[in-house]
Design a protein around this ligand. Structure first.
Ligand code: PPS
Ligand code: MG
Ligand code: MG
Ligand code: MG
Length: 348
């Protein structure tokens, strides 16, 4: 298993980051939310999670060279008006390390915190190894008290070779319908995969893992589909047209974040469709971990033209129109429904 060591470090890193996020979500204060220049929200937990993942990976893999492409940077935090936020992040990271760490660690300074955030500044690419991190995917879900994920993947020569998804609010049993919101089952799921080895899931708090598979269904009438909770992130009217053409009978299950990829990898639903509004460019950290978790569980991830996603081109993923995910049996019919729906929409 060529990436065992990296996979173990990745699991440890996201599990720690998940604890930090949970603490913040439990005590969420409006003042902990900042707005980046692109107007998207970012919280002390997004930054804190990035620091912890970066810290744990570098500590566990100290003999390897380190390169990471991560969503957040320290630009806004270095501004004078952010000094209180930086203080809070530093406190949060040190508290989490002190509570969870079995080893004794010197407290991180504010400068350490900024530099761990900035160790995610790599541009990635087609050569060598690069970690790919979304410290909180689904920040809007996180703020709503809903689903979010800490998503960490690793590229080797431009291909995703391992991925780990921590989903602190995802029940370990099925979320096949929108009832998942009120589920009383144990929550906190951790998915992990490395190339050629399949996908596994375990409780975020346990060590017993089991292999998961995408659903084997061939019948679109039995298939349910996942999509973004946020209408701003996917064209709900287009996905509903595609679903109708395909013969899907049930309404979509809307879940924030890459928890959708995790849920699909264990067969909770059969399809994930994502069609951003025109002009949006997808980022690799929104898909790297989710993509390998689904493909190693037997699923297929392509763009709307049926091409596999290319993670070797830097931070962005240049996809044709959108991203679709399903099992091998349903993919031909899904691609046909997508093609027909896009033609129909463009002729309106
Ligand atoms: N306009 C637009 N269109 C498409 N996607 C966008 C857009 N804006 C943001 N984003 C990215 O969506 C990520 C959140 O993922 P989801 O859409 O699956 O979840 S959610 O329903 O929005 O919660 C979200 O990831 P996070 O920033 O990590 O939360 C963004 O990278
Ligand atoms: Mg974001
Ligand atoms: Mg994201
Ligand atoms: Mg994010």
């Amino acid at each position: 298993m060529p990436y065992n060591k990296e996979l173990e470090a990745a699991k440890k890193a996201v599990s720690r980051a998940a604890r930090l996020c949970q603490r913040v979500q439990e005590a969420l204060l409006q003042s902990d939310v900042q707005s980046k220049s692109d107007k998207t929200p970012v919280t002390v937990a997004d930054y804190g999670s990035q620091v912890l993942v970066s810290f744990v990976l570098q500590k566990e893999l100290s003999s390897e060279s380190f390169s990471m492409v991560a969503e957040e940077d320290s630009g806004d935090l270095r501004k004078e008006e952010s000094s209180e936020t930086l203080r809070r992040i530093t406190e949060l990271v040190n508290d989490t390390l002190a509570t969870d760490g079995s080893e004794s660690i010197n407290a991180l300074s504010q400068e350490d915190v900024l530099s761990f955030i900035d160790s995610g500044k790599s541009d990635g690419g087609s050569q060598g190894r690069h970690w790919v991190l979304d410290p909180i995917d689904g920040t809007k879900g996180f703020l709503r008290g809903g689903q979010y994920a800490i998503a960490l993947g690793m590229l080797d020569e431009g291909k995703v070779v391992l991925g780990v998804l921590a989903c602190p609010n995802l029940p370990i049993t099925s979320v096949a319908s929108n009832d998942y919101l009120t589920s009383l089952d144990k929550i906190g799921s951790l998915f992990f995969a490395q190339v050629g080895e399949g996908t596994y899931m375990q409780s975020l708090y346990g060590s017993q893992s089991s292999k998961v598979h995408v659903t084997g269904t061939e019948n679109p009438e039995e298939a349910s589909f996942f999509e973004s909770f946020e209408a701003a992130h996917t064209m709900h009217d287009l996905t509903s047209l595609i679903a109708k053409k395909l013969g899907v009978k049930v309404p979509p299950v809307r879940i924030d974040s890459q928890a959708k990829y995790g849920a699909l990898s264990r067969g909770d639903g059969a399809i994930y469709m994502r069609f951003p509004h025109k002009g949006y460019r997808e980022k690799i950290w929104d898909h790297a971990a989710g993509c390998i978790v689904v493909t190693e569980a037997g699923g297929v991830v392509t763009d709307a033209a049926g091409h596999p996603l290319d993670f070797s081109k830097g931070k962005h993923l240049d996809v044709d129109t959108g991203i679709i995910v399903t099992n091998q049996k349903l993919m031909p019919a899904l691609l046909k429904a997508v093609r027909e729906s896009l033609q129909e929409k463009s002729s309106l």
